[in-house]
Design a binder for this molecule. Structure first.
Ligand SMILES: [Fe+2]
Ligand SMILES: [Fe+2]
Length: 476
């Protein structure tokens, strides 16, 4: 399925065959461009950036690398190949042919799922818009912009579904995607984590590691959807998402590497003296980004989530690989809860706590990367381990939200503590104003090819087999 680049909107959905839809999307396109100019990267819009663009959607070779000015990036509509005779694989409609049109009775629910996912995509571009000023290298600057243009494309993906399958209310929702803005007090983005600031590059790497990974799990469960166009859209988005998490994992890994090198070189743990980011500060940022990302999975018990599953709209992670009946009528699933001051594992209906299952899959995945980070520390002969904090630590949503725990708090190690202890100790667990000021103070742009800021190690290799001193962004 080649992508048609002759069209104003590149696509592999035969857009020119559907004049109405084509006209509607072409009418939305200038509004998107305007949003990109106003809310996208604050600088470098006229510079050439070494970016990848999708040229086909098959597993290998879909990426074409070349210099592009961001506003000229070919945002378009790319769906994964259809699967022959695909079925609804779970819920009450299990075994029926997958839906090519929106089932009338699920219209509202499905639209809500698509809008919630779609809203996060432009939100992260808005959150990251200032970072170009302080990139630690041209390599990192390029990676930021790659993530940004692809989040823009993910918005296109969701807007295509809204325009193509939801008629007038879909078009209105697509317009509102450009009207809500991250952190806007009057019209904020839908989910809390997407209204937070991404004020520095350490936050950016943590965000792309932890929050883009939430995106991976949401997209993977939507890729199981019985609504086939949503499934195909999300399957292709996942291939792009992998790079975002790569930027996060290697970014944090390089900060760790640099901290360890400085510790060894100077025989001194406090690498702030040498302009590095110390491992305890990294742990605090990790604690923060992990806990806010856990909130994105929603409440442990959720009627909506149970309905999304039963209706066949949103599955579990790798649904078809799971060995059970895929309807979950009387299945049980364990859920960790606080009873008084003790954690207990209760069994509850697997449908009711389906959010918890996705969160568990996510936590397992997060932990794998933390172990790889610890390998970097170990290889340097340094005795320090990063850890994911306890899942009840610093939560704003669900049963561990302070409002639901009668005032008790939980430490990163999972000890139940009083509000007073929290007040006294949380500065050791989460970035303080002083930590943030220190990290922000390090953020000075490095724009010479092959040069890297002093708080981060160069990457092991470049993008698309280019050397690490390649001119990833042409500044002149
Ligand atoms: Fe995305
Ligand atoms: Fe992403």
């Amino acid at each position: 399925m080649a992508i048609d680049y002759q069209e104003r909107i590149p696509n592999n959905v035969d857009l020119s065959e559907d004049r109405r839809l084509q006209r509607a999307l072409e009418a939305w396109q200038p509004n998107y461009q305007k949003w990109w100019q106003e809310m996208g990267p604050t600088e470098f819009q006229t510079h050439e950036v070494y970016l990848r663009t999708a040229v086909s959607v098959d597993a290998k070779g879909w990426a074409n690398f070349g210099y592009v000015k961001m506003p000229e990036y070919r945002w378009g509509i790319f769906l994964a190949e259809p699967e022959a005779e695909r079925k609804v694989n779970f819920g009450e409609h299990k075994g029926e042919a997958a839906w090519q049109e929106v089932p009338g009775e699920y219209r509202g629910m499905l639209r809500r799922l698509i809008v919630t996912q779609g809203d996060t995509e432009p939100a992260s571009v808005e959150q990251q818009r200032q970072l170009g000023f302080t990139a630690p290298s041209l390599y990192d600057l390029r990676n930021l912009f790659q993530v940004n243009v692809e989040e823009g494309r993910h918005l296109w993906a969701m807007v295509y579904l809204l325009h193509g399958y939801f008629g007038r209310d879909g078009r209105e929702e697509a317009d509102e995607m450009l009207q809500r803005h991250s952190g806007d007090p009057d019209k904020p983005r839908i989910l809390g984590a997407f209204n937070e600031k991404t004020p520095d590059w350490l936050s950016f790497y943590m965000f792309t590691y932890f929050t883009d990974r939430d995106g991976k799990y949401q997209l993977a469960s939507l890729a199981e959807s019985g609504f086939d166009p949503l499934s195909r859209t999300c399957r292709f988005m996942l291939t792009e998402e992998a790079h975002h998490m790569f930027v996060g994992e290697t970014g944090v890994g390089r900060v760790i590497q640099r901290a360890c090198e400085l510790m060894k070189e100077h025989g001194e743990d406090n690498v702030r003296k040498m302009g590095g980011i110390d491992l305890p500060t990294l742990q605090k940022y990790l604690n923060f980004h992990f806990s806010v990302s856990l909130d994105l999975f929603g409440s442990e018990r959720s009627t909506n989530a149970a309905n999304f599953y039963s209706m066949g709209l949103k599955g579990r992670f790798e649904e078809t690989k799971i060995d059970d009946d895929h309807t979950l009528g009387d299945a049980l699933y364990p859920i960790l809860e606080l009873e008084g001051e003790k954690f207990v594992t209760n069994q509850d209906n697997a449908l009711t706590v389906i959010n918890e299952r996705l969160r568990d899959d996510y936590v397992t995945d997060c932990d794998r990367g933390v172990r790889r980070w610890n390998q970097i520390i170990k290889r340097q002969g340094i005795n320090f381990e990063l850890k994911l904090p306890h899942r009840a630590f610093n939560r704003q949503i669900g049963s561990f939200n302070l409002a639901n725990t009668s005032g008790v708090r939980v430490s990163p190690e999972g000890e139940v503590i009083t509000e007073a202890e929290w007040t006294q100790k949380h500065g050791g667990w989460l970035p303080t104003e002083a930590d943030r000021a220190y990290v922000i103070g390090l953020m000075q742009p490095v724009t010479e090819p092959g040069k890297y800021a002093g708080w981060i190690a160069p990457p092991a290799r470049g993008i698309n087999n280019q050397p690490v001193d390649f001119e990833y962004v042409r500044l002149n």
